[in-house]
Design a protein around this ligand. Structure first.
Ligand code: HEM
Length: 192
């Protein structure tokens, strides 16, 4: 629900509970990019609206909410639970925010066909598990909120694990699942 929503806000005054990250780079991977900003604040809990009276508003605001699992089976969930780290580890000074939208063709597939592409063909979970516990992650959904991005994917890792994260991204992007990605932006961040 919205209580666990994430708002990533480019260049705005930050709220009390927002975590602020400075932007290392914003790369448009597939489709249109986003305006350059020098930092983003990531808020959990109450969704922040853009703009503070009397000040200039943020360059952009992205929203997503945590949701139920679409594809993860119980054996996979148990494997993930055994190794996945929490967000906010002190050593995880780097992050990546990847807003992603998938095509109508993807959403029109039956559930079992999507699951088969996601895991049996693309091995998303099996590949991802190789990079745990180095990478902490959070998946938020924007599609049902009417947001431009279907997903806001968020990852945190130590600077020394950044090249491993690069390798994970490269592997996922060559998978069958990624043939359905019609917009993807890569935002790399350092904790302030
Ligand atoms: C979905 C695991 C890395 C993008 C999922 C799901 C799992 C998962 C379990 C399914 C959630 C569900 O059942 O609904 C992992 C693990 C990773 C990883 C363990 C290792 C760090 C990544 C990366 C990206 C990414 C690097 C982006 C570049 C996505 C997206 C979805 C997803 C977009 C939603 C797929 C959909 O609903 O169509 N991931 N993931 N993941 N992941 Fe990952």
């Amino acid at each position: 629900g919205l209580d666990s929503s994430v708002g990533a806000i480019g260049d705005d005054a930050v709220g009390a509970n927002a975590r602020r990250w400075s932007v290392d780079r914003i790369v448009p991977v597939v489709g249109a990019g986003l305006a350059a900003v020098s930092y983003i604040s990531v808020s959990e809990g109450a969704c922040r609206e853009a703009g503070v009276p009397g000040t200039v508003g943020p360059a952009w605001v992205l929203r997503g909410a945590t949701s139920y699992k679409r594809y993860t089976e119980s054996v996979e969930q148990a494997m993930l639970d055994a190794v996945q780290p929490a967000l906010g580890r002190p050593e995880a000074g780097r992050a990546a925010l990847l807003p992603i939208t998938t095509s109508t063709a993807w959403w029109e597939l039956p559930q079992d066909a999507r699951r088969a592409i996601f895991e049996e063909t693309s091995h998303h979970i099996a590949v991802g598990l190789e990079y745990l516990p180095a990478v902490a992650r959070q998946l938020c959904h924007g599609r049902d909120l009417g947001e431009p991005f279907d997903f806001l994917t968020w990852f945190e890792f130590a600077p020394s694990d950044e090249s491993r994260f690069d390798q994970l991204l490269a592997r996922l992007r060559t998978s069958r699942e990624w043939e359905y990605v019609e917009r993807e932006i890569e935002i790399r961040l350092t904790r302030e």
